[in-house]
Design a protein. Structure first.
Lengths: 112, 113
């Protein structure tokens, strides 16, 4: 069965530091990959998505993610974190003929 | 467009009562999704519609849950009778296509006591 894992439940970084959030998936088909962000009390907002082509994807708010098929990973990165980036981040995976699945989420805290 | 609108934002009800959650998708979006979010289970897809027709309801937990989409601008998720374990945040989302960006509402926080 398809699954999505985000190994880090909670990450704390200092403002200005770099960030990498991990996402691994297990899917039988070629996946469609997404990263969403959820601020407290809000719905989810799409940061970026990958369907095909260049495996390095640029998103909003300065985020990027890289698809590595050999590692079944789609890690999210940002070179310099801002205090407003504190939120919950969800990796999500889908494929033709298969249900769309969200990972458990990683909560990001940012120290001033 | 005002985005996906859900009502109410908060709902507190007693066990056994009927609960109806409402959603107005973004105009022109053909897909509508209902999700449930809990600490224990994370985000779960309950059901989704395409052009008002339910496509996949395999995520609906029990027969106590039902969803309808009578027209392109309105959907409901009903729980009857409600139970304390139904307490969660319920999100509605809409999109142009099944794999295009889904726009989420702000959610309805349901508490069943």
């Amino acid at each position: 069965a398809q699954s999505v894992t985000q190994p880090d439940i909670h990450i704390t970084v200092s403002e200005g530091a770099s960030l990498e959030l991990r996402c691994n998936y297990s899917y039988g088909a070629t996946p469609y990959l997404f990263w969403y962000v959820q601020s407290p009390g809000q719905g989810l907002q799409l940061l970026l998505k990958y369907f095909s082509g260049d495996t390095l994807v640029q998103g909003i708010k300065g985020f990027e993610a890289e698809f590595k098929r050999s590692q079944s990973s789609f890690n999210l990165r940002k070179p310099s974190v801002h205090w407003s980036d504190a939120a919950e981040y969800f990796c999500a995976v889908g494929a033709q003929g298969q249900n769309f699945v969200f990972g458990p989420g990683t909560r990001l805290s940012v120290l001033p | 467009d005002a985005g996906v609108i859900q009502s109410p934002r908060h709902e507190v009800t007693e066990m056994g009562q009927e609960v109806t959650l409402r959603c107005k998708p973004i105009s022109g979006h053909d897909y509508l999704f209902w999700y449930r979010q809990t600490m224990m289970r994370g985000l779960e897809l309950l059901i989704y519609f395409n052009n008002n027709v339910p496509i996949d309801d395999s995520g609906m937990p029990e027969d106590r849950f039902s969803a309808k989409m009578p027209n392109a601008s309105f959907s409901t998720l009903k729980i009857q009778p409600s139970e304390p374990r139904d307490s969660a945040v319920y999100f509605c989302a809409s999109s142009l296509g099944v794999w295009t960006e889904a726009f989420f509402g702000q959610g309805t926080r349901l508490t069943v006591v």
